[in-house]
Design a protein around this ligand. Sequence first.
Ligand code: 2RA
Length: 339
Amino acid sequence: TGPSIAVVGVTGAVGQEFLSVLSDRNFPYRSLKLLASKRSAGKSMKFENLDYTIEELTEDSFEGVDIALFSAGGSISKKFGPIAVNEGTIVVDNSSAFRMDENVPLVIPEVNPEAMKHVKVGTGKGALIANPNCSTIICLMAVTPLHRRAKVKRMVVSTYQAASGAGAAAMEELVQQTREVLEGKEPTCNIFNQQYAFNLFSHNAPVQPNGYNEEEMKLVKETRKIWNDMDVKVTATCIRVPVMRAHAESVNLQFEKPLDEDTARDILRNAPGVVVVDDRASNRFPTPLEVSNKDDVAVGRVRRDVSQDGDYGLDIFVCGDQIRKGAALNAIQIAEMLL
Ligand code: 2RA
């Protein structure tokens, strides 16, 4: 009786995580269609004790599909998203293709569910809903509860982004390079034009005329859209670090109203999808390894910003799984809200 769903880009890191999350959350689909490029079409894939044959994504793939989860890159979403919507399918798109389109809700279910209140499955009417960028989701899961209480005036974000954000091939290259370097060999650099193992570098997204790369501008623009606050000041520096699948982010906040660190920690302890890891005595704070493969975002290093007057500033440190809450879980939580 549940919706018929399709996964577009099923062979990618996020595509595979879509399946894991659908299974973990017992998503009530009545039928499932696995879609990928011609190269993968015909291959079989076992899921929930059933054998599926991967089908090639074509213009006819969405007939009878209620919800389509896309994670196959912006050009695939741009081409096939509207086709699916015309078929009456509700598309949850993990690419950046439509995130800033004013008619497309950009949704983190715990943060701004109201943005998609008018969309429901089964009406026969298609729609497009955009999944925010992973670094935006992870940051705003922790910052929004504080913003709701004391209104963020300015946010400065420094990210430490995992290989998974650049896809499965980047994860494989990090492992391969690490092995090569340890063996004294020349590292194989196909995905990034520089050594990644035992190194870190400015995020690989293209740099714009203003000197920010696209990843940084996503954080700036998506925050303003999700909070529906065009005045909040946001700046970001996004760095790629040799970690497999979870992002870390250092966030400095300036508020309109005072917010002391104890109150902030209490707010975070009660925030959905957030766990506080803030043990100063044993110097234990969030780490990418500990949040990997988990749903919750971990936040710690909560402290008053000593560079600001009174209680108007806070520094925090956030970690979240890029493939899970940063992509697949968030998209499927959106799909659950459609039911
Ligand atoms: C990255 N945010 O980590 C991107 C992935 N969508 O590179």
